[in-house]
Design a protein around this ligand. Sequence first.
Ligand code: NAD
Ligand code: DAU
Length: 343
Amino acid sequence: MNPIRRMLVTGGCGFIGSMFIRLELEAHPDLQIVNLDKLTYAGNLENLADVATNPRYQLVRGDIADRELVGKLIGDGGFDAVVNFAAESHVDRSLLDSGPFIQTNVVGTQVLLDASWQAKVGRYLQVSTDEVYGSLGPTGFFTEETSIAPNSPYSASKAAADFLVRAYCHSFDFPGIITRCSNNYGPYQFPEKLIPLFISNALADKPLPVYGTGLNVRDWIHVADHCRGISAALRLGQVGEVYNFGGRQEQTNLEITHLLLEYLGKPASLIKYVTDRPGHDQRYAIDCTKAETQLAWKPQVPFTAGLRETIDWYRQNGDWVQRIKSGAYLKYYEEQYGNRLSS
Ligand code: NAD
Ligand code: DAU
């Protein structure tokens, strides 16, 4: 593969993509990045305000499922690599309406694969999730060999995209790589996800809606560690392979909730148990030995330090949260939590 000098990143105005672009521009002084983003409810220009005037960065507003636009962009773009973050990413929204998930996560991936194949792009990296493996019992870990068994429309759409990448690699010698990561936390995460929702609600003395018993387990990783893993997989990974990333940091949702309340100095009375998420996966835990041994990667950010920094970021960026929470988000919040919190 040629050195990566010019890269197309999709979904770069979201939580993880924006961190990836910032870290890549810093780490590779000759790298040029084009960011293709539709700017859905989750895409936010403010997330990349610090690089907006960097001459090595360019934003194209558009849809990864727009075959004409993507064909032209990748056909004329001279990209050495394509990294696909663009997705509908929230499980609860996929339970309300799976349509946009199929359109972006499946059709959008197919369009990117076709255009990348036609333009003979040197490397294509699909950013996927541990949720494609389904749910674990009290013991064991997801490895790259675990069978695919998605349980939500979101994870089913991500699994379908992974299978498309696998099939293009198998059938066409396509230079695809898949990464699957556990739950990310850190700055700029949209406040529909557990950690930013609970921090911002607690700061406003609003209830924290814990689904079911609160005993479901997630394996938390700082977003910067995930981005460093993607960068390593892109440059050192083998075509056709899958690499798992995780933080080796399992916590029940209640443990996380109590930690947040303790760090924020807020009372446990803010916790409100609400109706469970339908089909709620019990436990995720990643075995990331393959990435550690083959990519010389390991998670670096200690969980408690990372969580405290994240809380500080949300404290200091109340305007960012407010601008989101006062917009279309209000309608979603009412639909998702209105009945649950009033009962
Ligand atoms: P996000 O919801 O914060 O951001 C998604 C971005 O994609 C937004 O900027 C949005 O505008 C853009 N987008 C959506 N549809 C698009 C389309 N059709 N065309 C172009 N752009 C579009 O998501 P995130 O949490 O940053 O997740 C990024 C990727 O990482 C996703 O593929 C997700 O499945 C995967 N992932 C997320 C996590 C996590 O914990 N958040 C963990 C593992 C994997
Ligand atoms: O594992 C990787 C996945 O992590 C990513 O692929 C997804 O894009 C990302 O959204 C995340 O999915 P989860 O469903 O695990 O994340 P979420 O933050 O929505 O929920 C985390 C846990 O907290 C889960 O067990 C559900 C619970 N929860 C969530 C919300 C929003 C609550 O108890 N109450 C809530 O209000």
